[in-house]
Design a binder for this molecule. Structure first.
Ligand code: XBP
Ligand code: MG
Length: 248
């Protein structure tokens, strides 16, 4: 059995990045800024993990003339509120297999945790909107946002979560959707299942335990892209245990 399952949020739990992009653009308008992040630009900007870091990168590299007139922290706080409002309205759903695997882990008493770049309020709102109720208590540890100083692809958020779980990386499984996320999890020594998302589908996932279209559901198997798992149809605790053994 894996000692714990550690999930990324953005792109892995749900396809959130279009909503983040929308929230950024609405915030720019509200602040009177003539900035607009279209999809091709946002794809490039996503190389920088973290909203504040992404904004700072954009100002430096795309609109240096505006550097003196923007407060990145204020802009990001407003974007976070706007994003939370949209998530609370129910515009997102969980990707296939997420709720099923969480339920299975809970039944088998396998701890589940979160390791994400986005801020804690965003995680809470997303969990509330998609899983409802007191679900946040299901998670043994949540590593989010500025709880660590170096964001993905640095391994810090995964190390933070492993410390609090009291687990070794090699005994757990991480779930990620991006190159940055895979690098962070692997940097902490965690075998990682990658389910690429809308903005990350062309990235390099070398070194992943498995690369799959999603975690699969009964009657809707995942598509296998790379790594282990080409004979299976759904990611379950049993398949994860077997994959870890085969890889050991
Ligand atoms: C996701 C991110 C996040 C979101 C924005 O990375 O980089 O920054 O785009 O969230 P990952 P915030 O899925 O690898 O954790 O604006 O709240 O930072
Ligand atoms: Mg992600």
């Amino acid at each position: 059995m894996p000692a714990a399952l550690i999930f990324d949020i953005d792109g892995t739990f749900a396809e959130t990045e279009e909503l983040h992009r929308l929230a950024f653009n609405q915030t720019f308008s509200a602040f009177g800024l003539h900035w607009h992040w279209d999809r091709p630009l946002y794809r490039k900007l996503l190389a920088v993990a973290g909203g504040k870091e992404r904004l700072a990168h954009y100002v430096t590299n795309y609109v240096p003339q505006d550097a003196g007139r923007v407060d990145i922290a204020a802009l990001h706080a407003a974007k976070t509120s706007r994003y939370a409002e949209m998530v609370a309205e129910g515009s997102l759903c969980l990707r296939p297999g997420i709720a099923r695997l969480l339920g299975e882990a809970e039944r088998l008493k396998i701890p589940v945790a979160i390791a994400t770049t986005t801020s804690l309020p965003n995680v809470e709102t997303l969990l509330q909107a998609t899983l409802g109720g007191e679900v946040i208590e299901v998670f043994a540890v949540i590593g989010a946002g500025d709880m660590v100083s170096a964001k993905k692809p640095a391994p810090d958020v995964y190390s933070y979560v492993l410390d609090r779980l009291g687990c070794e990386g090699r005994d757990c499984i991480a779930f990620e959707d991006s190159y940055n996320g895979l690098s962070a999890a692997r940097g902490a020594g965690i075998p990682t299942v990658v389910t690429p998302s809308y903005y990350t589908d062309t990235e390099d996932f070398d070194g992943a335990l498995a690369v799959l279209s999603d975690l699969g559901e009964p009657g809707a198997p995942y598509r296998h892209f790379a790594g282990i798992g080409d004979d299976d149809r759904m990611v379950t605790i049993e398949t994860l245990a077997r994959w870890r053994e085969q890889r050991a």
